[in-house]
Design a protein around this ligand. Sequence first.
Ligand code: OAD
Length: 248
Amino acid sequence: MNLPEGLVRAIPHVRSVCVLTGAGISAESGVPTFRGDDGLWKKFRPEELANVDAFLSNPSVVWEWYAYRRRLISEVHPNDGHRALVRLESLVDDLLVVTQNVDGLHQEAGSTKVVEIHGNIRRNHCHACKREMDVDLLQQAGPPSCPQCGGMVRPSVVWFGEMLPMAAFGTAELAARRCDLFLSVGTSGVVYPAASLPFTAKNSGAYLLEIDPEETQLTRYADGVVRASASVGLTAVVAVFEQQKVRS
Ligand code: OAD
């Protein structure tokens, strides 16, 4: 696979990498994306399912939607894209994976430096008192009640209109600012503030690479583009780091 020349020239000097991943990296594991032709938001409306008002007015419907996605995610496994990022972690001094995905597949693959800026669908907490619930709720028909305060238990994901976890996003911004190479992988780049991270990195001097089979909102700002799936594109990029390591 032909990689952008500028990227190949930059890699020997790269010490710090920040990777922003979106639904596209999990597509090859069988998790549907949000906005493609088969995307989840083509069949379901985010405003009916992924926001606090929907949960409060129609808790069972929202709970069932997340139960459906939890079942789906519980049956899938990391792919070569996730695994390439695990290898990259051992090849550079500093790497952070910032994921918008809530499926936990980076950690399952073995990545240890991951921040989840949109939460994790496998976790739950009480909407009222925020207490975390460490129980298997896959089988519940509707949201269970919190044993502490009686509030409704909800998935620990960020809904439209909610703030991102501040500490996680702060960590992501710092990584974007200090990296030499920023990889935007499998994200349409339309949901902010996540979509601001590539610009933070570029404005701080990083080489900005997009890996995505389709043109995205970010494409025209990228220094290099790899038009391939996450598994093919990341495997090719990480192979250059591996060759570099062998030479040095
Ligand atoms: P989208 O569905 O908006 O975009 C998925 C991207 O993945 C698109 O650019 C596709 O071209 C690309 N893609 C598809 N297959 C791919 C593959 N095999 N390899 C690499 N890329 C591929 O998903 P996100 O950008 O992740 O937020 O969406 C961002 C946020 O919108 C989500 O985190 C979620 C959603 O609403 C919340 O729920 C808060």
